[in-house]
Design a protein around this ligand. Sequence first.
Ligand code: GUN
Length: 292
Amino acid sequence: MVAVMDGKALAAKMQGRLAEKTAKLKAETGEEPGLVVILVGENPASQVYVRNKERSALAAGFRSEVVRVRESISEEELLQLIDKYNQDPAWHGILVQLPLPDHIDEENVLFAISPEKDVDGFHPTNMGKFWSGHPMMIPSTPAGIMEMFKEYGVELEGKNALVIGRSNIVGKPMAQLLLDANATVTIAHSRTKHLAELARRADILVVAIGRAKFVTADFVKEGAVVIDVGMNRDENGKLCGDVDFAAVEPIASLITPVPGGVGPMTITMLMEQTYQACERFLALQAQELNQP
Ligand code: GUN
């Protein structure tokens, strides 16, 4: 029996719970989570992502601000802007939308965000905490995929998991989360040899390689769980993932669609992390007030 994992429905359910938690927090403390998103330039895809993040933050009852700055902003100016939000206690989460223009060093920018406000989980402090088993903020896409596994009762312990893609945003943190859940994990990428053969051994297949319909039926073992992180356009300009959905669906036991799979969960997890950043901030504030 094939089942499609409905990320849109799960995200809506989690967003509803988050809105309830936020209302309760506001009633009890007078505080609401605040998320600021910085968008440099006018990349069309980034504009859509940022708009969706803003919509989701407002729906959860957060304070939300999108700072749109010109493409030609200098790195120094951008770092100053980040520092302003680092210092401002009204904002618990700061996100700089990627990609950045070529004249700006992405690493310098991501490392400038205070780790306590780094809701993307890209700061080396957060990466280090995560890798060493003490997570604070973790990248949202793999976090969302783990929620989907939970929702659909996917058993990970002892399973063979293959992650195709090795980015810091998806592939590497996904592998770490699967490892934490006691799966046996392999990371593959564009240079991996005999990839289809390797993939056919996987019980869990997570694909984040950024190539339209790259994973075809011959990559998939009967009954495998297939997670598609891709977001591409096919030859007709239609949105599609890294997996050839029509070909793989009959073989998989569970599969995520594109759109409506991983994407909505990513945004929801970002909101969840902003909420948690706010809670941690309030706990720290209370601790400081109680100190003699
Ligand atoms: N651009 C594409 N994905 C992401 C993401 O997860 N975070 C940020 N900041 N930018 C992105």
